[in-house]
Design a protein around this ligand. Structure first.
Ligand SMILES: *Cc1c(COP(=O)(O)O)cnc(C)c1O
Length: 393
C-alpha cells in the first residue's frame, strides 16, 4: 500500500507549514526540466520578478535560497557578518535567539537587546544599544516573532539602525505575504522569508533580497563567506544573467513558488493583507468570546498571521492538540521555550487565512475543551467570529 495514499487532508493552522493551494501543488507535478534548460531559466526569472513584487523592492539581488526559512536566516547573517563585527540583535522570542546563536558562530561580537516575551521592542532601548561601543555592522530583528505572536516596530527600529550606519537584517518569515513588509519603503538591507508560511507554498525555499548598500558591503568583505553553498555572490551568478552552475536548483519547488506568487499577484497584496487582518480579527473575537485569553493583550501588536492564546488553567496542552489533529483534522502549534505548554499558536497564514477554517477550529477547540471539563461558550465564539469576519471569505 502506498503510504501517501493514506495521507489525509489536514487543515494546517499551526505556525507553518500553511495550506497549499491546489494550483501550487499541481505546478509541482509538472515535468522536471534540466536546471539550465532555457524554459526553466525563464521560470526562474519570472519567480524573481514576482518575489520583488511581494518584497516591494527594486533590489536586483533577490532570489530564493534552496532551503527553508532557517537557510534564509543563515544566508542573511553569513553574508553580512564577518568575524569580529559587532552585531546588535533584538531578541523578543525564540527566533531572535536563533539569530544570536548564528551570529555568535560567525564570530560576531553580539549585543542583545532583550525584550520580554509577548512584548514589542522598546525603540529607545534599541537606539541605546546601537550607540553603545563600536559602530555596529548590522542590526538584526525578527519582524513577526512566531514564538510570541508580536509584530515588532520594524520601521522605527530600521530608522535607528540607519542613523548609526548599521545594515538592517530582517526575518520576515511569518510576515511576508500576510503583513506589509515593504522592503524599500521601510529601509531594510537584507530581508529573508520562507516559502511555507504566508506564501502558502510547501517548505523548501527561502526568498532573500539584498539592498545595493548591503551588496556593496558584501563586496568589500575581508573574509570569504564561511559557507560555500550559501555565499550569495556565488548563488547570484546562477540566478543572474551568467547562469553559472553553482548547485542544482530544486526545479519543481521553483515551479511551486512561481505559482504561489502568481496567486498572490492575482489576489493583490492590499487585498491579501486585508484578508489576513479580517480573519485574524474573527479568530481573536471568537477565542475571547469563548472565554480564552489572548497572550498579546494589545491588538495593535498582534501578528495577523499568528495568534498566541493561553492554554486555560488546569488544561493539558498536548492532548487537546492531539484531539484537534486526530478527531478534527486540524493542526495548531504548541508553545516554544518559556511558553511551552502555556500557549497555543494558531496560524492564519496564506491559504489558511479563511473564515471557514477559523469557524472549524473554534468549533473543534470548543468541543475538545468542553470534553476536558472546561466551560466554554462555543455558540458565542462562533457568533462573534462570524459577525467580525463577514468581509473575509
Ligand atoms: C518558521 C520560522 C523560521 C524558520 O523557518 P523554517 O522554514 O522552519 O526553517 C524562522 N523565523 C521565523 C520568524 C519563523 O517563524
Amino acid at each position: 500500500m502506498d503510504p501517501l495514499a493514506m495521507v489525509p487532508q489536514v487543515v494546517l493552522m499551526g505556525p507553518g507549514p500553511s495550506l497549499v493551494h491546489p494550483a501550487t501543488l499541481r505546478a509541482m507535478a509538472a515535468p522536471t526540466l534540466g536546471h539550465l534548460d532555457p524554459r526553466f531559466l525563464a521560470i526562474m526569472d519570472e519567480t524573481v520578478a514576482r518575489l520583488r513584487e511581494v518584497f516591494e523592492t527594486a533590489n536586483r539581488l533577490t532570489l530564493p535560497v534552496s532551503g527553508t526559512g532557517t537557510a534564509g536566516m543563515e544566508t542573511a547573517l553569513a553574508n553580512v557578518v564577518e568575524p569580529g563585527d559587532r552585531v546588535v540583535v533584538v531578541v523578543a522570542g525564540y527566533f531572535g535567539q536563533r539569530m544570536v546563536e548564528m551570529a555568535r558562530r560567525l564570530g560576531a561580537e553580539v549585543d542583545v537587546v532583550e525584550v520580554a516575551w509577548g512584548h514589542a521592542a522598546d525603540v529607545e532601548a534599541v537606539a541605546a544599544a546601537l550607540r553603545r561601543g563600536r559602530a555596529p555592522k548590522a542590526l538584526a530583528v525578527v519582524h513577526a516573532e512566531t514564538s510570541t505572536g508580536v509584530l515588532q516596530p520594524l520601521r522605527e527600529i530600521a530608522a535607528q539602525a540607519h542613523e548609526v550606519g548599521a545594515l538592517v537584517v530582517v526575518d520576515a518569515v511569518t510576515s511576508l505575504g500576510g503583513v506589509p513588509v515593504e522592503v524599500d519603503a521601510t529601509g531594510l538591507d537584507v530581508c529573508y522569508s520562507g516559502s511555507q508560511k504566508c506564501l502558502s507554498c510547501p517548505p523548501g525555499l527561502a526568498p532573500v533580497t539584498v539592498s545595493p548598500r548591503a551588496l556593496e558591503t558584501m563586496e568589500r568583505r575581508r573574509h570569504d563567506v564561511y559557507s560555500w553553498y550559501l555565499d550569495l555572490r556565488l548563488v547570484a551568478r546562477y540566478w543572474g544573467q551568467e547562469r553559472f552552475y553553482h548547485h542544482t536548483a530544486p526545479v519543481n519547488m521553483v515551479y511551486a513558488l512561481r505559482q504561489a506568487l502568481e496567486l498572490i499577484r492575482e489576489e493583490g497584496l492590499v487585498a491579501r493583507f486585508e484578508r489576513h487582518r479580517q480573519v485574524a480579527r474573527a479568530l481573536w473575537a471568537g477565542l475571547e468570546a469563548m472565554g480564552l485569553r489572548l497572550a498579546v493583550g494589545e491588538p495593535g501588536l498582534r501578528i495577523p498571521s499568528l495568534t498566541t492564546v493561553w492554554v486555560p488553567e488546569g488544561v493539558e496542552d498536548a492532548p487537546i492538540r492531539q484531539t484537534l489533529l486526530h478527531e478534527h483534522g486540524i493542526e495548531i502549534g504548541g508553545g516554544l521555550g518559556p511558553w511551552k505548554g502555556r500557549v497555543w499558536r494558531i496560524g492564519t497564514m496564506g491559504e489558511s487565512a479563511r473564515l471557514r477554517y477559523v469557524i472549524q477550529l473554534l468549533a473543534a477547540l470548543g468541543a475538545s475543551l468542553r470534553r476536558a471539563g472546561v466551560r466554554v461558550d462555543v455558540g458565542a465564539a462562533l457568533a462573534a467570529a462570524g459577525s467580525v469576519g463577514q468581509a473575509a471569505t
